[in-house]
Design a protein around this ligand. Structure first.
Ligand SMILES: Cc1ncc(C[n+]2csc(CCOP(=O)(O)OP(=O)(O)O)c2C)c(N)n1
Length: 302
């Protein structure tokens, strides 16, 4: 692969900021989506539903994979934590994929208003990935099947490369951890290639995940025990991510280590769903939400 220039990294960072902004805006806003005036109580949805904590990591993975595999039409991305739907929807929106099946999701200011207003809204988009989402055929919300499904998709398709993002909480399910054995069972020449990415953001709802409490050495040994080679991606810097993707390693198993809720107002278990609970009535929280949205800068250029 050709070398990646500073401008490319900046493009990736910008895309991540844009998708972070859209993730937050979908969860919170029913108006004033581009902050064209100071945020008001009346701009906030009355019932806040959605999962922010995992979104930044999804946006980081999506942007980097999308960039790295941009010339590979046989590349696919499978998302385990479907509760991070605001992030998935943000990415599908900015790429124009959503617009292909729903013309109201046009990539402009009206389209932004449409996806944000209708996220977790009566008769709008559900809060989790669902069959309404391009590329998804089953109702989501149940963790554990991403890796097994992805291996199934590669059967008889050696041309395919599928990256699978697996939550560290998700990896505690029997289905997900046992699916790591598929690596040893499937013939690499007849089938496609799987790139597992463990999203080690430390928490599973309100408690630390088991894998986040293992030492680096224990995790490395576990991954090697499944016949793969651990490659750590520490933090959200695209330079680090691209370098990891570029490493010429046989059977890689990526470990993306981010802080749950990173770029938001609070971290870890407090960030799992909606970090600021009452911005529709608490002035301090409203200002904190405004600052949070503004922290992404002028990313939504429409
Ligand atoms: C099989 C199953 N068990 C439990 C849940 C409830 N649940 C929803 S989100 C979540 C935490 C998942 O943690 P992780 O995969 O690490 O995702 P993240 O922390 O990045 O949100 C759990 C346990 C579920 N969706 N599916």
């Amino acid at each position: 692969m050709e070398s990646v220039g500073a401008l490319d990294f900046e493009e990736i960072r910008k895309r991540i900021r844009m998708c972070d902004y859209l993730s937050v805006a979908q969860i919170y806003l029913k108006d004033n989506f581009l902050l064209t005036r100071p945020l008001d109580f009346s701009d906030i949805k009355p019932r806040l539903l959605g999962h922010w904590g995992t979104c930044h990591g999804i946006n980081v993975a999506y942007a980097n994979l999308k960039y790295f595999f941009r010339d590979n039409p046989n590349f696919l991305f499978v998302l385990g934590p479907g509760h991070g739907f605001p992030a998935l929807q943000a990415n599908l929106f900015v790429d124009g994929e959503l617009e292909k099946i729903d013309p109201r999701a046009k990539v402009d200011a009206e389209g932004i208003a449409y996806i944000c207003k209708n996220f977790s809204w009566p008769d709008g988009f559900p809060s989790h990935a669902s069959p309404f989402t391009p590329g998804i055929i089953t109702e989501g919300g149940e963790l554990g099947y991403a890796l097994a499904n992805a291996y199934g998709m590669t059967l008889g398709h050696p041309e395919k490369t599928i990256a699978v993002l697996i939550g560290d909480g998700e990896l505690e399910t029997a289905t997900a951890i046992d699916s790591l054995n598929l690596h040893n069972l499937l013939d690499g020449d007849k089938n496609g290639k799987i790139l597992p990415i463990l999203h080690l953001n430390g928490y599973k709802i309100s408690a630390p995940s088991i894998y986040a409490r293992k030492s680096e050495r224990e995790l490395n040994e576990m991954v090697r025990g499944f016949g793969m080679t651990p490659i750590w991606i520490e933090g959200d810097d695209p330079e680090v991510f691209q370098k990891a993707l570029n490493s010429d390693t046989e059977s890689p198993f990526y470990i993306l280590k981010t802080e749950k809720g990173e770029t938001g107002p609070n971290r870890h278990h407090e960030a799992h769903q909606v970090p600021l609970k009452n911005p529709a009535s608490d002035g301090g929280e409203l200002r904190a939400l405004e600052e949070w949205l503004k922290s992404y800068g002028e990313v939504v250029n429409v």
